[in-house]
Design a protein around this ligand. Structure first.
Ligand code: ATP
Ligand code: MG
Length: 417
């Protein structure tokens, strides 16, 4: 349903988890506000009012209300702000009954019309108010306020019927010591923790379905994610990097500014193909990816790597093989999807908008020289024996020499460090 564009003067930002952070709370709130400011840059420098545990975003200095265009931007952009549980545009008014009545009256009619249009003819339009009286000095209790407004509104509309359990139209009224807030809609956010509170990670981003979702999961825990992708040019086409850049751009909506590095793995892959036993190839490739990624992580100050690995999905994702891959990494490897069901991962990919891009069919690096008989239970000892036939440090250097940073908008290549 499209809510009407009312002349709101504030957006209330709700959060769940950061409320539990004790003395860090202020810092977490600042990050949350930073996230909101980032996505609403187009609206100008927003004012932030912090009142008794509430965060209100208000229009820039000298502007009283949000415009229709502003509201469209607010509704479109706030769902990507991590840490935000939900947000409501509404009326921030003096904590007096007449001011609250004016605010409710200013919005109710238009909201009622919009909601009524979605309810079949002849059926009641269910309504409830949720009043919260945080300021106990206010003379009317929450319940009394709810009754007061029901008595005001119901007689004015034939179809309006109070239903406290399930209502098509909910008016929220929050009465605080300094001000009161009235709203009619809630915009859902991703929840989790605000951007920048969780530290930096470097994601191994392929063109598949899983790794973009893994990135999103860690962003939702407040991590800043940079990306590295491996290709095998000229065996893989330039379209592969374009595809991964598109994914990175979609993901950056949730954080802004994540950098994409692209590395040609071919020098290592060729040697592995020529010298090592084919059944260990996939795990050997992965160990090289992880080594190269650790070097880039040094540069980006990432504290951990991140992959879309999912237990048992393919040969390289058995417990045995994942631990052999871990053994080649100086940094912890985060695998948020290790226990995920594919259908849940797909649902997230659709929700965040990466699914359609992931489904574009472009050959990826791992399918080049992939063995027919991948081993599912390698050991560090066996892998080290294979790698003893290679000059591992030189191959890592050879890959890094060809590494670049990709500009997501233009696909131009820049030095990676
Ligand atoms: P995805 O859908 O993320 O590609 P997948 O199920 O296809 O995952 P694999 O291809 O085995 O699984 O890859 C496991 C993980 O290894 C990926 O999620 C990704 O993090 C990393 N990875 C694989 N190939 C690449 C690549 N070419 N570049 C960067 N990372 C890669
Ligand atoms: Mg893959």
């Amino acid at each position: 349903m499209k809510y009407p564009d009312l002349p709101y003067n504030a957006v209330l930002c709700r959060y769940n988890e950061i409320a539990t952070k004790g003395h860090n709370r202020r810092q977490f709130e600042n990050r949350l506000v930073g996230g909101v400011q980032r996505v609403l840059r187009a609206l100008g420098k927003l004012r932030v009012a912090r009142e008794a545990g509430r965060i209100y975003i208000q229009p820039p200095e000298g502007v009283d209300t949000f415009s229709v265009a502003d509201l469209a931007e607010i509704r479109r952009r706030l769902p990507v702000v991590t840490g935000l549980a939900s947000a409501s545009p509404g009326f921030l008014v003096a904590p007096e009954l007449t001011a609250m009545e004016q605010a409710v009256d200013a919005g109710f009619e238009a909201v009622y019309q919009a909601v009524a249009a979605t309810v079949p003819e002849g059926e009641p339009v269910t309504y409830r108010m949720r009043a919260n009286r945080a300021d106990k000095a206010f003379p009317l209790s929450g319940t009394k306020l709810e009754i007061h407004f029901a008595e005001r509104l119901v007689p004015r509309h034939d179809r309006l019927a109070v239903n406290l359990k399930q209502a098509a139209l909910t008016v929220e009224l929050d009465v605080r010591h300094v001000r009161a807030f009235v709203c009619f809609e809630r915009i859902s956010g991703p929840g989790g923790l605000p951007e920048g509170t969780g530290g930096r990670v470097l994601a191994l981003l392929s063109g598949g379905i899983d790794s973009p979702v893994a990135c999103y999961q860690m962003m939702r825990r407040g991590c800043r994610v940079d990306y590295v992708t491996f290709h095998s040019s000229p065996y893989t086409p330039p379209a592969l990097i374009a595809k991964v850049a598109k994914l990175a751009e979609i993901l950056n909506d949730f954080q802004g500014g994540g950098r994409l590095f692209a590395v040609n793995l071919l020098p290592a892959q060729k040697q592995i193909r020529d010298i090592c036993r084919s059944r260990f190839r996939t795990v050997l490739y992965r160990r090289f990816m992880v080594r190269v990624a650790n070097r880039i992580a040094e540069e980006t100050r990432a504290k951990a790597l991140l992959t879309g690995d999912n237990l048992g999905q393919v040969a390289s994702q058995t417990l045995a093989n994942m631990s052999v891959i871990d053994a080649a990494s100086d940094r912890m490897i985060l695998r948020p999807l290790v226990a995920a069901d594919k259908q849940d991962t797909v649902a997230v990919a659709e929700r965040i908008g990466t699914m359609a891009v992931s489904c574009e069919s472009v050959p990826d690096s791992c399918t080049v020289f992939a063995p027919d008989d991948p081993c599912t239970s390698s050991t560090v000892r066996r892998l080290e024996a294979e790698e003893a036939q290679l000059d591992v440090p030189a191959l890592v250097e050879a890959c890094l020499e060809q590494a670049v940073r990709i500009d997501l908008a233009t696909l131009d290549e820049y030095p990676w460090r």
